[in-house]
Write a protein that binds this ligand. Sequence first.
Ligand SMILES: Cc1ncc(COP(=O)(O)O)c(C=O)c1O
Length: 466
Amino acid sequence: MQSLLPPVVRPVQQISEVGCTPRAREYRTVPALQFAMHGVLKPASAPITSVLKRALNGGYLSDAAPRAVFFDLDAFTAECKSLVKAFPRNALHGFAVKACPVVGVVRAAYLAGMGGECASEGEVALCLAAGIPPAKIIFDSPAKTDAVLLDALKKGVHINADNFDEIEQIDTLMRLNGIMHASVGLRINPQIGAGTISMTSTAGLSNKFGVPLREVRAEIIAMFELYSFLNCVHVHVGSQGVSPQQLVDGATAAVQLADEINGRVPGRITTIDIGGGLSVDYGGDTKPEVITFSQFAEMLPEALSKYRIVTEFGRRLAAPVGWIAAKVQAVKSSGPKRYIICHAGADLCMRAAYAPEKWRHEIELRDAKGGLKDGPTVGKFDVAGPLCFSGDIIATDREYQQPEVGDIMVIRDAGGYTLGMYSRHTSQLVPGMYGYRRGAEIQVLKKPETLDELVHFWGGRVACNK
Ligand SMILES: Cc1ncc(COP(=O)(O)O)c(C=O)c1O
């Protein structure tokens, strides 16, 4: 595990504090907006109806483009600003790009005072494309190649190493390339317990992320003593299904560790990255504890304020403010079941299809003009997508009015971890994504994929012989 080369003592460069949006003074809520409060801002039905009507008129949703994703940029900006406002001015808030990698969304987060949290070199490139300066980019990921790490070191982004091997990889790269400054954290697994969804929990006894605090505390401290480029303790205890108290427990463990390290090497830890993970209420029976960013900040240990705080929220910011519209292509019965076949399936709502017991979306039935259907419900339906497997079902046994071909299914809470997890199964064209603000035109954030682009993705040249 130890590097063969003797460690080099290097000056520590802190994550820059440039670019934080002034808070309080400039923060404004958006009282003119029509929101339904579910603990977090959520676009109410009226804006969805008017946006849908405009999208239909503008051809963004049509027979040629039978599904599209819509994103409420006003609500997103307001949520990002509420996060920035809840923490000290020098905190760095990295929007978790994996939640919604669309560049216009990442840029909106930046303009609201945030940076970006990345899980790959691709996400770093997306942050840079969105105009985020390297000093506001946090690079996580448990598997970084030499080339990717070297590029990140040269760019000056903050790197969170996942394990001891990566620290030695960084040390070697710095030595071989004459790099004298770096800002590097180490991800710990505080082993404080899993949340209600194992696949999005990262702080159980065993986990693929980070180094297990309870088992290797002494080795972690030794690493921080040895490598002066290590300036940050990173913890992320999980995503949906993890309680706010578990996030606080993770942050508390990080502070205790940082205090101990600084007791041995004064000033070594300047920064604590507390990760992301606040849950969203998707409207199912399992009600996660949904609190505001300021309530969450209040819960954090006082001792955290000695350090520069980094956060990495994604789902909570993006999921509630986006929705998918998918045209109904068929309505049919098979045995005792009735199906609505629409144009959004496991490709866009992967988790709802593959783990329906844990993940759900509210799905509304709207008429072909975008209005909510009224009248009595006529029974229960499964909502199925366009893919070629029987599990391509995104909701089961939902009560609806009589569905008709040409109607529109609106899938709520789909602004995060839907398009960002897009699956290419059966090569459906990736839908476009559209942003909207009150009193402004619909903005094309991402054009729908063309057949040429699809063929190119799969190694071909163009769709047809033109
Ligand atoms: C390291 C890290 N940080 C932040 C996040 C974002 O979590 P969330 O979107 O739940 O806030 C994730 C999610 O996978 C993550 O792995």
